[in-house]
Design a protein around this ligand. Structure first.
Ligand code: C5P
Length: 404
């Protein structure tokens, strides 16, 4: 059975000669069992008629934000779909999506969609190569949208080169491949803390650490891709999740992270505590910038609340907590002690001794320790792959707790 069976697909068509291929695309999607809702820009209707597409999709085609009957609810449509496919995508609509200009039904649905978005550009070779177009393609990819690569061949202009829209068969194959990936976290709510915390000394200075937030952001993206509903409480990090469905709450201090984590935890099935929370904060925060004076200066620090330990003490049956430990000596013993003390179900140990592991690097080498004394050792991998290993552990923990 095709992974497109019973999937709700919105197909957005823009004004390119390649729009004629959209008829074949709708046919193939429908044949695979998908429900297809076609949206067209005004320009697209000059290349292929809405009547052709509504006949093939067995649904009225939407061509504007308003019709004579009323307003088309783009927010509802954006939530309805399992995937939004834009094929063909012209340079003009690409630029609108990149800049957030919602002056047609397709762009409005794009901005309100929470589902994965696929886009298949179609244009002449020089247009395709132009830095303006390439910049917009990169921007859409940075939003987590999936580029369906252009093909090489004869173009409508008579020139030969890159810029042809991918063939409908290829688009359907990519969609099927994506939808077949594991969605084993569907229905799960996952709370993730990530990044450093900054503890203010005065209006311009703070006590912080070198955590980049990479591991936590990778976890948030991976969990969202596997179908979880993810809330990411993110300290001051340059990164943001690329999966559009992740709800990100930005915080600065440990206290703010604590408040948000406690608020969100009761509804969560799992909390993954990847943040490098400052253990101490300045006892007093000066209202004005502290002036230079004397040869020495002391800052008195007081303890921050332990977020993981607090959640551990409030954990309900069915909830799991996964923490992190970054140790420099007696690694496994220290990590195991933390696992028990904070009432976690699993702790991810990364050692600073490993080159390529730990803070501010794209890779990590971890060991997972469990309450029952079991442990799993992994090779040095990209943090995206480490995130998948950690989520696999969460799935196993839920399966065990549901059979007890
Ligand atoms: O005790 P330690 O800081 O080494 O423990 C690390 C684990 O505890 C991490 O999962 C970290 O996110 C969490 N933690 C926390 N709140 C703190 C300190 C650590 O949630 N104040």
């Amino acid at each position: 059975m095709s992974s497109l069976q019973n999937k709700k697909i919105i197909l957005g068509i823009t004004g390119s000669i390649a729009a004629y291929k959209a008829a074949q695309l709708v046919r193939l999607l429908a044949k695979s069992g998908a429900e297809v809702q076609v949206l067209m820009t005004d320009a697209a209707t000059g290349f292929i008629t809405p009547l052709t597409l509504s006949t093939l999709s067995k649904r009225p085609v939407l061509t504007g934000i308003h019709t004579e009957e009323g307003w088309n609810n783009h927010v509802e449509l954006g939530l309805w779909a399992d995937a939004l496919v834009i094929a063909p995508l012209t340079a003009t609509t690409l630029a609108k999506l990149s800049m957030g200009i919602a002056d047609n039904i397709l762009a409005a649905v794009y901005l309100s969609a929470r589902c994965p978005v696929f886009f298949a550009p179609a244009m002449d070779l020089d247009m395709w190569k132009h830095p303006a177009v390439q910049g917009h393609v990169e921007r859409l990819q940075s939003f987590g949208n999936h580029l369906i690569p252009v093909g090489y061949g004869e173009l409508a202009s008579g020139l030969t080169g890159e810029g042809r829209m991918a063939e409908p068969e290829e688009i359907v194959r990519l969609l099927e491949e994506f939808l077949a990936k594991k969605q084993d976290l569907t229905g799960k709510k996952i709370l993730i803390t990530a990044g450093p915390t900054y503890e203010p000394i005065d209006p311009v200075r703070f006590v912080g650490n070198r955590s980049s937030g990479r591991m936590g952001v990778a976890l948030a993206n991976a969990a969202a891709r596997r179908g979880a509903s993810v809330t990411l409480i993110l300290g001051p990090s340059k990164l943001s999740p690329t999966e559009p469905s992740v709800e990100t709450i930005r915080v600065e201090t440990a206290q703010q992270m604590y408040d948000q984590a406690l608020r969100c935890f009761p509804a969560a099935d799992a909390a993954i505590m990847a943040a490098a929370v400052a253990d101490y904060r300045p006892a007093e925060v000066a209202d004005e910038k502290i002036k230079k004076a004397g040869e020495e200066m002391n800052i008195r620090l007081v303890k921050n609340p332990d977020i993981a330990a607090t959640l551990g003490s409030r954990k309900q049956p069915g909830q799991i907590i996964i923490g992190f430990a970054l140790e420099t000596n007696n690694e496994a013993d220290n990590a195991r002690e933390k696992l028990l003390k904070k009432n976690m179900d699993c702790i991810v140990l990364n050692s600073l001794r490993d080159a390529g592991a730990g803070f501010d690097v794209p890779t990590n080498r971890v060991m997972l320790l469990f309450k029952d004394n079991n442990s799993l050792h992994f090779e040095l991998k990209h943090k995206d792959a480490v995130a998948e290993d950690i989520l696999d552990a969460a799935v196993r923990l839920w399966n065990v707790s549901s059979t007890i």
